[in-house]
Write a protein that binds this ligand. Structure first.
Ligand code: G3P
Length: 228
């Protein structure tokens, strides 16, 4: 499974990229708003993210247009900013039509706000490069986000959608991920990607036994060096 970071915070992206195992970045209007960024700076901010992670790492930048024509126009423009920009569109009839056009022009779409299997199948059929089912937000309403994700993985893997064959076809981004447990379960069910906020990404690195083991190594090494 690949790890994406789910943030628009440049420092967090720099830090995660420095680990050497970051495969993508996802942003959305809420995450950009959290940085305090203004509309006028949005495009420069997306370009900065692309520069930090390098040209081979996809960066999702969301269109806020409300019509098919608007999404196509904004999608083309966003995609022209950097070779690794992926256009994020929320699932709806207009975005399906826009995805079809953008995909046929070789522009990658990440279809977001996926909360059902049919939505994911429609997005993949329209030509989305990525589909993003939201796990945590199902948990927020006392339903199992992981059960839902597992249904999406099974349904998507049942078919060849014919798009993006040279890149391995549509990929599932497990989104709205908040814990290492969710990352583990997503990996076990074969989700292609988990997009994880920095705090949860850091928790993925930690384990109490790793910490204890390091303390023991340090204590024992201190005994070795004490005799020097
Ligand atoms: O990638 C989607 C993600 O940003 C939503 O996460 O925690 O706001 O549900 P959350």
């Amino acid at each position: 499974m690949k790890f994406f970071i789910d943030t628009a915070d440049l420092d967090d992206i720099r830090e995660a990229a420095s680990w050497g195992c970051l495969s993508g970045v996802t942003t959305n209007p809420s995450l950009y708003a959290k940085t305090g960024g203004k509309l006028a700076d949005f495009e420069a901010h997306m370009v900065k993210i692309c520069e930090i992670v390098g040209p081979d790492v996809p960066v999702s930048a969301e269109s806020t247009a409300g019509t098919t024509e608007g999404m196509i126009e904004e999608g083309r423009h966003l995609a022209s900013l950097a070779p690794n920009i992926c256009v994020k569109l929320p699932i709806c009839a207009e975005s399906l039509a826009a995805t079809r056009v953008l995909a046929s022009e070789g522009i990658r779409v990440n279809m977001t706000l996926i909360f059902s299997v049919p939505q994911a199948l429609l997005a993949a059929r329209a030509g989305a490069r990525y589909v993003s089912p939201f796990v945590g937000r199902f948990d927020d309403i006392s339903e199992s986000g992981l059960d839902f994700l597992s249904e999406i993985v099974e349904a998507i893997n049942n078919y060849d959608f014919g798009w993006w064959a040279d890149e391995g076809g549509v990929e599932i981004i497990s989104a709205s991920i908040r814990s290492p447990f969710q990352v583990t379960q997503a990996a076990l069910m074969g989700a292609d990607i988990a997009t994880v906020p920095m705090a949860a990404l850091k928790k993925c690195l930690e384990h109490p036994l790793t910490k204890r083991g390091l303390e023991l190594f340090a204590a024992d090494w201190a005994k070795v060096t004490a005799g020097e």
